[in-house]
Design a protein around this ligand. Sequence first.
Ligand code: URA
Length: 217
Amino acid sequence: MSSTQPFPNVHLLAQSKQLLGLYTIIRDKETKRSDFIFYSDRIIRLLVEEGLNHLPVTPKTITTDTKQKFEGVSFLGKICGVSIVRAGESMEQGLRDCCRSVRIGKILIQRDEETALPKLFYEKLPDDIADRYVFLLDPMLATGGSAIMATEVLIQRGVLPERIFFLNLICSKEGIDNYHAKFPDVRIVTGAVDAGLDENKYLMPGLGDFGDRYYCI
Ligand code: URA
C-alpha cells in the first residue's frame, strides 16, 4: 500500500492478484447478490485494516510466554465510524469486525428534487466526535458531492480534517479532484481509481449501483 501519484493523500491498496480477483467478481454484472456481498465485505475489511494502519501508536514492551521481551506498539487515539446512508452502511460491519463496539454515526444526504443538489436530511453523530479519528464510510466516490457535504458536517462538529479517513471501494479521478480541492488533508483510502463517469454520474467501468447490488438486487 502506498500513496498514489498524482494523487497525494490517496492511499491505494496494494494491487495484488487477490485484490484484482475480488474486484473482478464485484464488477461483474452476472455476480449474484450473495457473492457481491461476500466479496465486497472482503475488500471492505482490507480498507478498514489499511485505515487503521495510519493511526498513531506508541512503543510498548511486553513479555511473551517464553519470558522474552518483545518490543511492540500499542494503539493510541479513539476512533468512530460515520456512514453515509444507505450504501455506506454496508461498510459498518467491516469496521465492527476490526474495532469491537466501535461507535458509528450516520449522515443521510439525498438529491434535492428542486435544485438537483445534494441536501443534508439527517445526521446522528457521537457527542465526542471532535476527540476521535473518524472513518467516513461510502463505497463509491463519484462526483464527490455527498462526501464533501458529509465532511463539512464533520468539520462543523469540530473534527480536524487530518483526523478523517474516507474509505471507499472505488473512486473516480474527478471525485478525488473535487474532494481534495476542498479537503486536501483528509486521507482517502481506496482499492481502485476508475477513469471517469458516465452521463448519469456512474463510475466507469465501475460496478453499477452499489447500494442496489448490496441490498436489493
Ligand atoms: N454510486 C454508485 O452506487 N455507483 C456509482 O457508479 C456511482 C455512485
